[in-house]
Write a protein that binds this ligand. Structure first.
Ligand SMILES: [Cu+2]
Length: 277
């Protein structure tokens, strides 16, 4: 069974195994298929039309399945690898070990935001950005440069206390747990982290930056934590609703995968925080 660990607790070998598997997926073309898929969905998801990956109740199950597919590819390269999660309420500065040269590398240089250290630096020759919104072939980060802070534990706890999963009109204006976690309302949790990192992470092609997976692994963990704290709350909508995916409707691009199939993460993996329970 896969165990997802806090990135801050990975051993040097675990960090090497994870970044090595990422580089191999990049080399064999698998990685950019995932970037392209995310880009396509983000561009077509719309508040007033069909929406599945974003601005919609299925934001959480869609990304859970997207991460599961990606983790399965990593494990084809190295069966010991799992997706680490990044708890940005704790590791919340550009000085965190996450951004060291032996892991993801750090912020980009002032002139153009280009990341210059770590395994994903352009000059290292293994991480050319090919799917994107502009022509820059290098990974860009501007950690904390846009005047926003990473969300705090208090902001997260306030959202985890919201008992209703989602509500009409089921888009970026909804009042409920999903939309506050996705970050279109309130403190802006998930979206604010993308903005704090900047560069490709604040674009539709956000998976170009490997931190995408660790950020979304934590968002996924917060969904599981919300379920634990709100055991009587259900995924909504429970029945057919225009333009969005209800509990039992299949989610594009998968065949026969519904939100109901993805509600219990323990079918697929556990978190390191759960083993002691
Ligand atoms: Cu995201």
């Amino acid at each position: 069974m896969t165990v997802r660990k806090n990135q801050a607790k990975l051993t040097p070998e675990e960090k090497r195994a994870f970044t090595g598997a990422l580089l191999e997926l990049k080399r064999n073309g698998t990685y950019d298929r995932f970037v392209r898929a995310h880009n396509t969905f983000l561009m077509t998801d719309s508040d007033f039309g069909d929406r599945v990956g974003h601005r919609a109740p299925s934001f959480l199950p869609w990304h859970r399945r997207f991460l599961l597919d990606f983790e399965a590819e990593l494990q084809k390269v190295d069966p010991k690898v799992s997706l680490p999660y990044w708890d940005w309420t704790v590791d919340r500065t550009p000085a965190s070990s996450l951004w060291a040269a032996d892991f993801l590398g750090g912020s980009g240089r002032d002139r153009d935001g280009q990341v210059l250290d770590g395994p994903f630096a352009y000059a290292a020759g293994k991480w050319a950005v090919t799917v994107g919104v502009d022509k820059r072939p290098y990974l860009v980060r501007e950690l904390g440069a846009r005047g926003v802070q990473l969300p705090t534990k208090a902001e997260v706890n306030a959202v985890l206390a919201m008992p209703v999963y989602d509500a009409a009109p089921w888009n970026s204006s909804s009042d409920g747990f999903r939309n506050h976690l996705e970050g279109w309302r309130g403190a802006g949790l998930h979206n604010r982290v993308h903005v704090w990192i900047g560069g490709q992470m604040s674009s539709a092609a956000s998976p170009n930056d490997p931190v995408f997976w660790m950020h979304h692994a934590f968002i996924d963990m917060l969904w599981a934590e919300w379920q634990r704290r709100n055991p009587k709350s259900a995924y909504l909508p429970g029945a057919a609703t225009p333009n969005v995916v209800d509990l039992h409707r299949p989610m594009r691009p998968w065949n026969n995968v519904t939100p109901a199939d993805l509600l219990d993460h323990r079918k697929f993996y556990t978190f390191d925080t759960e083993s002691a329970r």
